[in-house]
Design a protein around this ligand. Structure first.
Ligand code: CA
Length: 422
């Protein structure tokens, strides 16, 4: 007998009873999708086995409709993704997998630093695959929300990968939208692009580092990667430079830029060749400038965002031993590394804020706590995690005795400590 699920969904989900925890609406929807799945090559037994007991996840629907009101500045985004920790970890990966990466380059034409940089940005070198049960997310998005047809295709692709033996369904987790594994491919991309590099007959981007790194290289190559060429360079623009022509789509021959006085920021020569090159000014004329080539477009195609492509390109340069950006971002309050974000969160916890885990991820609760502290300190209460608020809280915590003794009341007259801000 089935209990009345509508009364107890939260409790049942909490008890994690897979046989009874599915929402009736998801079961009913999946039943209607079964013929469509079979028509698209999903084996009936696979469908029945792996859609039984899936749990509706309303959280993924929230993510689908989330309009970010907190826009991340490029310097904040890069400070977290290209920090010393990710550079050190990436250099360790380059050493640990040197032979493998050389074989990947020989077969797919993409250099080790680029492959490892994608790995580091996508899953922190295999540490973070996502927190959502993959099939539950895709089933929910196939039955509700704005893009059901798209997500049904992804659900069916996942089940075909399971049926073919490439993927194991056990413990399969991903992002809310269904990207998963070392390379965070969507299932349909996985089906098209993944390669079996360790030779066990399975294309396994969850359990096999060789398969994952070779698949990343295969993706970039198919996106137009040109072996042996750079993604681009940080450049310096001459005084009075007309920067009205910029953006990834506005390509000009490299000689066009050289002729107008553009030079590499590191002082190396810039060949006056015909190579198509575009000028990027991610923070406008006052911030760092870049000339980017075809390989930048290949990286861009991985996730279709300038900030993302720049993070991978700049991390790859650091992994090759580069010093990082020469120009400064146009801000007097630069962004924080993940280590600094954890320090900031620990300072918030020490002041009594309940922000959840000190994990270096500045979420809604951390931002709310930051806004309270900023207001207390007479700063703009925008909830942003930057160097200024970190420095202020750090110096306060380090020097509580800075308060002039004369203003400190006798101990027995101290007021009762107010409840910590939350
Ligand atoms: Ca394999």
């Amino acid at each position: 007998m089935r209990p009345t699920l509508s009364l107890l969904p939260g409790l049942l989900a909490l008890l994690a009873l897979p046989a009874v925890a599915a929402e009736p609406t998801l079961d009913a929807c999946l039943a209607t999708l079964r013929p469509q799945a079979l028509a698209q090559g999903v084996d009936g037994a696979t469908w029945d086995t792996h859609t039984a007991g899936l749990v509706r996840d309303p959280g993924v629907l929230d993510s689908l409709d989330y309009q970010p009101e907190f826009r991340t500045a490029i310097w904040d985004y890069l400070a977290g993704l290209v920090d010393d920790q990710r550079v050190a970890d990436g250099r360790a990966m380059l050493a640990e997998h040197a032979d493998l990466l050389q074989q990947v380059q020989a077969r797919h034409g993409v250099d080790p630093a680029t492959v490892v940089a994608v790995w580091g940005v996508e899953s922190d070198y295999g540490r973070t695959f996502g927190s959502k049960p993959l099939l539950g997310s895709l089933a929910t998005l196939s039955c509700e929300g704005r893009r059901q047809a798209f997500f049904r295709g992804e659900l069916f692709a996942t089940l075909r990968l399971i049926a073919s033996g490439d993927l194991s369904a056990d413990g399969l987790v991903g992002s809310w939208a269904g990207a998963f594994g070392h390379t965070q491919f969507m299932p349909s991309t996985y089906a098209r692009i993944a390669v079996d590099f360790d030779g066990d007959g399975r294309r396994d981007l969850v359990g096999s580092v060789p398969d994952a790194l070779a698949s990343t290289a295969n993706y970039l190559r198919r996106a137009g990667w040109r072996p042996g060429q750079p993604w681009g360079h940080e450049v310096r623009l001459p005084d009075g430079f007309d920067a009205s022509v910029n953006g990834r789509q506005s390509r000009r021959p490299l000689s066009h830029w050289v002729g107008r006085g553009v030079v590499r920021a590191d002082g190396q020569p810039l060949a006056a060749a015909d190579t198509p090159a575009a000028l990027l000014l991610p923070a406008g004329r006052e911030g760092p400038a870049f000339l980017v080539f075809k390989n930048y477009d290949a990286i861009y195609s991985y996730n279709a965002a300038e900030s993302y492509a720049l993070a991978i390109a700049l991390l790859a340069d650091r992994l090759r031993g580069g010093d990082g950006l020469q120009a400064r971002w146009p801000t007097d309050d630069p962004g924080l590394s993940r280590a600094e974000r954890r320090e900031l969160q620990a300072l918030l916890v020490a002041r009594g804020h309940d922000i959840g885990a000190v994990d270096g991820m500045i979420g809604a609760r951390s931002r709310a706590a930051l806004a309270i502290e900023q207001a207390r300190l007479g700063r703009e209460a925008d909830g942003r995690a930057g160097q200024a608020i970190l420095a202020a809280l750090r110096s306060e915590a380090a020097a509580p005795a800075e308060t002039p003794p004369a203003e400190t009341p006798p101990v027995d007259s101290l007021p009762v400590e107010p409840p910590p801000a939350r």
